[in-house]
Write a protein that binds this ligand. Structure first.
Ligand code: GDP
Length: 302
């Protein structure tokens, strides 16, 4: 099920956390005192969950257990509960159109895992019986278009491609048009991710939004930002400006399996003010799962 997939995907973080936190506890249990609480705090911070969340967990553990001898399992359960509570959010579901097609724009810096995530996302919807159309809007990267064509063939869904260097907005427009004409449920549109020409890129995204909105009222219904979970804090800050300019509505956190710092989900949510909607747990077509706070927290700590 979902929990075992999360556990699998979070293996690297779990390995680090398990030794780190397990080391703090003797088999007969350990006294929860200030020294232990500070150690625990430092080790939680190493998962990249951020000082705020780590302090909140430490304080809760202090409140419940200070001065008592406690077993590791009890502490882990409390950490998992606190993590889940911090991540509980209302809008992890994809917002759908009142009447199909739902249009999803996908943005992200090159290399973040955008193309792969689009393929997996298309497969996710296709598997649940939805008719999907892909739009290869990253027209400046021939490789991205080729990759997306391959994904569409594997999945068995339609794809709209433009000529090389074609206007991305025209590809987006044609994708929405094809989705309407073929009674598709969902259109997923790729966009360019060249960060070096940021202001042009922002204008381009704005134009895509305008053009889509003219073709179909209320579209795009979602603008998903793909982030690389293995990227450092710096890359994440860069993506922040990007996310604001593009009017993002949710996050796909790719490569969570490749990170030993899976706790990063917490600060990402805080920094972007956006819900994490999907997480990437591998390179395969099925390796994208809907983000579930409970499964994530359990997968990380139990
Ligand atoms: P783009 O440049 O943003 O379109 O990035 P790609 O989709 O081409 O992905 C870059 C690399 O990351 C590729 O080698 C992908 O296979 C890999 N990748 C993408 N998502 C994941 C993931 O969730 N887990 C792992 N392990 N690798 C991923």
């Amino acid at each position: 099920g979902l929990l075992s997939r999360m556990r699998g995907g979070l293996q690297k973080t779990r390995r680090v956390l398990n030794t780190d936190i397990r080391d703090l506890f003797k088999s007969e249990g350990s006294l929860v005192d200030d020294a232990l609480l500070e150690q625990l705090f430092a080790r939680l911070v190493r998962t990249d969950m951020g000082g705020g969340p780590a302090a909140k967990i430490r304080d809760e553990i202090a409140k419940q257990y200070r001065g008592r001898v406690v077993q590791l399992d009890e502490i882990l359960q409390t950490i998992a509960d606190q993590t889940r509570q911090m991540l509980e959010q209302e809008h992890t579901d994809i917002q759908t159109a009142d009447q199909p097609p739902t249009v999803i724009l996908v943005v992200g810096v090159n290399g973040s895992g955008k193309t792969t995530s689009i393929g997996k996302l298309a497969n996710h919807f296709h598997q649940s019986g939805k008719k999907v159309v892909l739009g290869a809007g990253d027209t400046f990267r021939a490789a991205a278009v080729e990759q997306l064509v391959i994904w569409s063939q594997r999945i068995g869904c339609d794809i709209v491609t433009g000529k090389p260097q074609a206007d991305p907005a025209s590809v987006a427009y044609q994708t929405v048009q094809q989705a309407i004409e073929t009674n598709a449920d969902i259109a997923i549109i790729d966009t360019a991710g060249r960060l070096q020409t940021q202001s042009n890129l922002m204008q381009e995204l704005q134009k895509i939004r305008t053009v889509i909105g003219k073709k179909l009222e209320a579209a795009p219904h979602e603008v998903l930002l793909v982030l690389d979970a293995t990227a450092g804090q710096n890359a994440i800050s860069q993506a922040k400006g990007f996310s604001e300019a593009a009017g993002c509505t949710g996050i796909v956190l790719a490569k969570l399996d490749g990170s030993a710092k899976g706790g990063v989900v917490l600060p990402i949510r805080e920094q972007f003010g956006l819900p994490v909607k999907f997480v990437g747990l591998g390179e395969g077509i099925d390796d994208l799962v809907k983000f579930d706070p409970a499964a994530f927290a359990e997968g990380l700590f139990s």
